[in-house]
Design a protein around this ligand. Structure first.
Ligand code: ASP
Ligand code: MG
Length: 409
């Protein structure tokens, strides 16, 4: 009997009708002969509503109490879903994170799962019950309620599947799978049948918000097959799995982009050991995350240094850079927060030369100027003016044949 973990996000359980709809899906899976664990999020908007209440009573709410508060959102949904299931003659029982011993560290609001004791869950499954578990929450060694960070229910589902050796972890959401790119930018975007963990991680961290990044890392580490599906319509969804030899690999799997970027440049910095460290240490000391970094080859004993940060950190980063620059005797500081990052992702890149030049030629043909370039083994990213985002994405989507079925599995 297969063990399936299903996870339903906030939109999928956003109303009583939708919870009943989820109940029917769960029942169907069980009636097909599977053992089923269901992980649910809070009803859509609920976590934000609770956070609003917290900030209405305290300007700086204690993290421990925020977790006590937020965990109630998921507790409502597990009870409602278990009721709805029993009501259609599908025996079910609900548990909070602490009831099934989802043990985490004590980092409130961003706790990490350390271990799960699955005995209670396995006992229920053995007796034919569906087990409904609250996502996004756990308990630390002192019995305090913790939460896993926004979107954390995905991670709960994957962790349960890993701990109990589930056959598949199905993430039900409001889209029917992972797409080659955002269909709102390129209507010809196509649902992928499969994608590797590595590619999904790149797509997720580059701004495709289908899954919490940590859940994908977790699934990759423990080799839990993950499937993203729609809770509103039937379909195969997208399977996220490891690379296997039989899977005929498309060159490029997708195009990710991130609008939330800004670029900072300092010119005429002395070309000496320790300069890059000084510039970036000042930035990271302010808790600002740096993404791409480019340093030029030195000329006349000075060099240029450019990096990108989240747009929200732009002004702060600029002020810090200005003071480091004057301390270093640099020539000039420039900033631009009207840029975006567009990236090609695909494990097929490893074994194919020429992808970068194809990408750059396609952009050049549209007169799109590339401001920065960054690469990793399975990704090539460019920074361009934000006004070219749509054009760049569509141009690359068509250049690499992502809309064509031939490119599919
Ligand atoms: N309810 C939490 C959130 O809104 C966790 C989740 O939905 O995964 O972030
Ligand atoms: Mg979510």
């Amino acid at each position: 009997m297969a063990l399936i973990v299903q996870k339903y996000g906030g939109t999928s359980v956003g109303s009583p009708e939708r919870i009943q709809n989820v109940a029917w899906r769960v029942k169907r899976c069980r009636d097909e002969g599977n053992r089923v664990i269901v992980v649910v999020s809070a009803m859509s908007g609920e976590t934000d509503r609770l956070l609003g209440l917290a900030s209405a009573v305290a300007s700086n709410a204690v993290p421990r109490e925020v977790d006590v508060l937020l965990s109630t959102g998921e507790q409502v949904t597990i009870a409602l879903l278990a009721m709805a299931l029993n009501d259609i003659d599908c025996p079910a029982v609900s548990y909070t994170g602490s009831q099934v011993h989802i043990r985490t560290d004590s980092a409130h609001n961003k706790a990490r799962i350390q271990e799960i004791d699955g005995d209670r869950v396995l006992g229920d499954l053995e007796e034919g019950r569906v087990v409904v578990v609250a996502g996004f929450q756990g308990v630390d060694e002192f019995g305090n309620i913790t939460t896993l960070g926004r979107g954390g229910s995905d991670t709960t589902a994957v962790a349960l599947a890993a701990a109990l050796k589930g056959d598949e972890c199905q993430i039900y959401t409001d889209v029917d799978g992972v797409y080659t790119t955002d269909p709102r930018v390129e209507p010809k975007a196509r649902r992928l049948d499969r994608i590797t963990f590595e590619e999904m991680l790149e797509m997720a961290s580059l701004g495709s918000k289908v899954l919490q990044i940590r859940s994908v890392e977790f699934a990759g580490k423990f080799n839990v097959p993950l499937r993203v599906l729609s809770s509103f319509e039937d379909g195969p969804g997208t399977l996220i799995t490891y690379e296997d030899a039989q899977m005929e690999q498309a060159l490029i799997s997708g195009i990710a982009f991130n609008r939330n970027e800004a670029k900072l440049t300092v010119t005429g910095v002395p070309d000496q050991p320790g300069v890059a460290a000084r510039i970036l240490t000042a930035i990271s000391d302010a808790n600002i995350e740096v993404d791409m970094i480019v340093q030029n080859v030195a000329q006349d004993a000075t060099t240029d240094f450019t990096f990108t940060v989240n747009r929200g950190d732009f002004k702060k980063a600029l002020a810090i850079l200005e003071s480091t620059a004057s301390a270093l005797g640099a020539r000039q500081v420039k900033g631009d927060d009207k840029i975006v990052k567009v990236s090609l992702v695909g494990v097929g890149m490893r074994s194919h030369a020429g992808i970068a030049s194809d990408m750059f030629s396609a952009l050049a043909a549209e007169n799109i100027n590339i401001q920065m370039i960054g690469t990793s083994e399975i990704k090539i990213s460019v920074v361009v003016d934000e006004k070219y985002l749509e054009l760049a994405v569509r141009t690359l989507h068509s250049k690499f044949g992502l809309a064509d079925e031939v490119n599919a599995e």
